[in-house]
Design a protein around this ligand. Sequence first.
Ligand code: URA
Length: 200
Amino acid sequence: MNLKEKEEKLKEIRDQLLNLSHSPLFIYRKENGYFPVAGQGSHNAKIMFIGEAPGKNEAQTGRPFCGAAGKLLDQLLESAKIKREDVYITNIVKDRPPENRDPFPEEIEIYAPFLDKQIEIINPKVIATLGRFSMDYIMREFGLSEDLKPISQIHGHVFQSNFNSKTKIIIPLYHPAAAIYNQELKKTLFEDFKILEQYK
Ligand code: URA
């Protein structure tokens, strides 16, 4: 798929998300003047980062990871010598859940098909999941259910998936928001990010 086709298809996803009135998060979005957060970055990215769901800053601007967790993500990318504009950053759930609560399974179910399409269109070599929700979904989706363990056991591991003739490298990482006030986790996250440098 060429870049123009990719742009058109990704725009379709944006439009569909804007009109997703059957989502349980749609009314909350409208009441607060929020935007859905589709994703941001290179449409030819080799690495795609998948977080959990937009927070307040993200829902106000429509851009992923632009608040406190985003600031740490920027530092992590810089430490691995990766430019933010060269990767694609998105979330599994595209609207902000109230009070940043964990997404409900039915919310993941509604938004996951959009993520699936984004992965298909952008076709990254590497998917780096941020946090347990995207880890769980992506590992199952790419035939790695048997390797699923708590994130404390598999963060920073490199999984090769050859599922349905799709070849992907999946790397589960801790969510940056969890590491903001946890120095030990932050250290681990910086260590784990080093692995990504070879794939940029
Ligand atoms: N946390 C996420 O999971 N995603 C964002 O976009 C921001 C914070």
